[in-house]
Design a protein around this ligand. Structure first.
Ligand SMILES: Nc1ncnc2c1ncn2[C@@H]1O[C@H](COP(=O)(O)OP(=O)(O)OP(=O)(O)O)[C@@H](O)[C@H]1O
Ligand SMILES: [Mg+2]
Length: 204
């Protein structure tokens, strides 16, 4: 099980959910990481190579699930499926669908408001990751969703230092998690600031 050791503040990895074609070849977290990254890269290019139209990225309930499947469906059988198990984080399983529907309705209200796109994206990022709809991959999905929203609304994307964000020992991850915890306590300003820091060069 050591080979699948998860990092602090991360949903544990259960290798039994690997796609059957990978079960023999992927035997550790180290072997898994690049395979997941390749799958996610395909989805990233699809949606961020150019500003995605409302047709390509409609931000509907079905599409947000499809995005998760596009990111991880080549690796995990549960990709794009709402979890039915409880985690120590996130909405209770029975409420996930309602919480996601409500969020997507709120998103339409923010879109028609004078809230800057980066603040809309940070709220989208926070709300999706705190609902935690899937058994895993929620953080990466929430960050890509927020970036697709930014790109679709003519704003520079947030270039997260993914190596630091996903490294349990990195000060970047500690800061990222502490900022999400501040949002849990009602303070969104630090997450908005972090989005601005990582997009600073493009936005200033
Ligand atoms: N207190 C918290 N409030 C909201 N979100 C949190 C909190 N703690 C952790 N998270 C989010 O949950 C993520 C871990 O969830 P999960 O393992 O499903 O996502 P991931 O995509 O595999 O991980 P990562 O975000 O590290 O790439 C964390 O990275 C962070 O984004
Ligand atoms: Mg994870």
């Amino acid at each position: 099980m050591e080979k699948w050791q998860s990092i602090h503040d991360e949903t544990p990895i259960d290798p039994s959910g690997l796609q059957p074609s990978l079960r023999r070849t992927v035997r550790s977290r180290a072997e898994l990481n690049p395979i997941e990254a390749d799958n996610i890269r395909l989805a990233t290019v699809k949606y961020l190579a150019a500003a995605p139209s409302g047709k390509l990225a409609p931000f509907t309930f079905e599409w947000v699930l499809k995005l998760h499947k596009e990111m991880l469906g080549g690796v995990w059988v549960w990709a794009g499926r709402i979890r039915t198990v409880e985690l120590n984080l996130g909405s209770p399983a029975w409420r996930i669908q309602t919480d996601l529907h409500n969020l997507l309705e709120d998103l339409r209200c923010w879109e028609g408001s004078d809230i800057p796109p980066v603040e809309q994206a940070a709220m989208l990022h926070y709300r999706t990751v705190s609902i935690h709809p899937f058994v895993n991959g929620n953080g990466r999905w929430a960050r890509l969703l927020a970036n697709i929203w930014l790109k679709q609304h003519g704003s520079p994307v947030t270039v997260w230092p993914e190596d630091g964000i996903t490294d349990g020992t990195s000060p970047i991850r500690r800061q990222y998690i502490s900022v999400l915890k501040a949002a849990d306590s009602g303070d969104m300003s630090l997450l908005i600031e972090l989005h601005n820091i990582y997009a600073k060069q493009e936005r200033s």
